[in-house]
Design a protein around this ligand. Structure first.
Ligand code: SIN
Length: 520
């Protein structure tokens, strides 16, 4: 099916994509998603909330300072400041869209505290329900917005580039043959296709988040950034589920402790802040216990106890499903791939290096997170940058939606992620073993060789996109000969001042470094 229209094409129906679509109203927008909007998106699974300096005693400067400290030396300060200063306005937009953020008795927004934040600044919904509540409100608003047409059931596989400009996309639906291919040309393309967690065996992300958007943009020639930095959440619930359910960091903020099976609080000798140390430090502490066979358990029995179901309904539900009563029993935990700090490079307005292509949300690397994202800054980044894209596009000659535009919405059936192929299983195993919490040269070289072999054998655009994302992570991780934030090398365990900088590359440039990286 070939279509040409003047609408803005948005790839992805998570928070960034939908927020951008709403901000563009009444300009005509087409949102293309694999799953029905709001589903298959990591945003809906976020438990904590949105960081915003709106509480008493908090300031934008404190939020900026915490973001910079968490990012381990390579946050772009101008980006962090812009993001923190727009947080309050975006929270008010979300309130206008109907998000029921928690309020105190005087009606002020209630804020809570998380690790590495110097103030209480997480705006939440009913304890740990923020992601779900935000997405519900946005989906309802999108459905009532006539300028937004949704094409569901399509996986975008290719960006159409003509004379260096992105002019449209190609997507695959559920049907058979030619009818199955959707070719869309629009006025501008916004990619909000999410992260890469499913490249790893243990992840908190939905199966849709397998790096397809990152790889697709890289294959189209976009400039990419900081691709070596993957954040592992320390406390995914270790009950053999894929994806692994998350036990929010707020539990440790509440005083929950980490124990091994001998009852030792193993974080105490590792870091003065123990369980509230930076996320990468806690992830490595837990990883070491799990690797050594001692296991790791989050003990909430004293710190949360009887109020668990009320205060953390989502985590409580996950535990009960797995036969664990967190009121009386410690929760088994394991680090899981959670967030990608790398991605498509954008400027302060979400503009990529390719004319006609914009990007927002986890698929990007804006410089806001550096080597290690501060908790609850990701939903913030998604709304701030998608709103800025809409503003910047206001200067373009966009098309007002005709009255019946949203009636063109359609679902060609949900594209449920298929079960992993043997190749995908091998890729996930390789990424976890050799490009995971701990990395070293020999392992990463082995991983890169496996990725290159899978690439030679691959016969679908979809898998080639996934492999391009994996290859970029491997190459950039091999190139960075130090440890920083989420990137920890056992062969280079210290930070190196010379590497105190972000990294930028195109796929082409990264590929040129491969022969030297693999040389014996
Ligand atoms: C959490 O609730 O621990 C996750 C918050 C985040 O990753 O921002």
């Amino acid at each position: 099916m070939n279509k040409t229209d003047n609408s803005v094409l948005i790839i992805g129906g998570g928070l960034a994509g939908l927020f951008c679509a709403l901000k563009l109203a009444p300009k005509a927008v087409t949102v293309i998603t694999a799953a029905p909007i709001g589903r298959g998106a990591s945003s809906a699974w976020a438990q904590a909330g949105i960081a915003a300096a709106v509480g008493p005693g908090d300031t934008i400067e404190k939020h900026v300072a915490d973001t910079i400290a968490a990012g381990d030396g390579i946050v772009d300060e101008a980006v962090a400041r812009m993001m923190a200063s727009q947080a309050s306005d975006r929270i008010h937009d979300l309130l206008d869209y109907g998000v029921p953020f928690d309020r105190d008795l005087e009606g002020r927004l209630q804020v809570s505290r998380e690790a590495a934040h110097s103030e209480s600044r997480i705006v939440r919904v009913r304890g740990d329900m923020a992601g779900r509540a935000i997405m519900q409100a946005l989906v309802e608003t999108v459905k009532k917005t006539p300028s937004i047409r949704v094409l569901g059931g399509y996986v975008v596989e290719r960006l159409l580039v003509e004379d260096g400009r992105v002019v449209g996309l190609q997507a695959l639906g559920n049907g058979e043959g030619e009818e199955n291919i959707l070719t869309l040309r629009g006025s501008q393309v916004v990619i909000a296709a999410g992260g890469i967690g499913h490249l790893y065996e243990v992840t908190t992300n939905p199966a849709e988040a397998r790096g397809g958007g990152v790889g697709m943009a890289a294959r189209a020639g976009a400039r990419m950034a900081d691709l070596e930095f993957v954040q592992f959440h320390p406390t995914a619930i270790n009950v053999g589920k894929d994806p692994a359910p998350l036990a929010t960091e707020a539990l440790r903020g509440h005083g929950a402790t980490l124990l091994n099976k001998d009852g030792e609080r193993f974080m105490l000798p590792i870091h003065p802040d123990a369980e509230l140390a930076p996320r990468d430090v806690v992830a490595r502490g837990i990883f070491a216990e799990v690797q050594a066979g001692r296991g790791a358990f989050l003990d909430c029995t004293r710190a949360v106890g009887e109020t668990f179901a009320e205060e953390f309904p989502t985590v409580y539900g996950y535990c009960r499903e797995a036969g664990i009563d967190p009121v009386t029993q410690p929760i088994p935990v394991i680090p899981a791939a959670h967030y990608f700090m790398g991605g498509i490079w954008t400027d302060l307005d979400g503009r990529t290096s390719l004319p006609g292509l914009w990007a927002c949300g986890e698929v990007t690397s804006t410089g806001a997170h550096g080597a290690n994202r501060l908790a609850s800054n990701s939903l913030l980044e998604a709304v701030v940058f998608s709103a800025r894209i809409a503003d910047a596009l206001g200067g373009e000659d966009l098309w007002d939606a005709p009255a019946d535009w949203s009636e063109g919405s359609m679902e060609s059936g949900r594209q449920k992620p298929r079960p992993d192929s043997d190749q995908m299983k091998l890729l996930r195993h390789t990424m976890s073993s050799d490009l995971g919490v701990l990395r070293n040269k020999a392992g990463m070289r082995e991983a890169l060789r496996t990725i290159l072999r899978l690439e030679r054998e691959a016969d679908t655009e979809r898998f080639l996109n996934v492999l391009a994302a994996a290859k970029l992570i491997a190459v950039c991780a091999l190139n960075r000969t130090e440890s920083r934030g989420g990137h920890f090398r056992t062969d280079f365990p210290a930070e190196d001042e010379a590497w105190r900088r972000r990294t930028f590359t195109t796929l082409d440039q990264a590929e040129k470094t491969i022969p030297a990286l693999l040389e014996e």
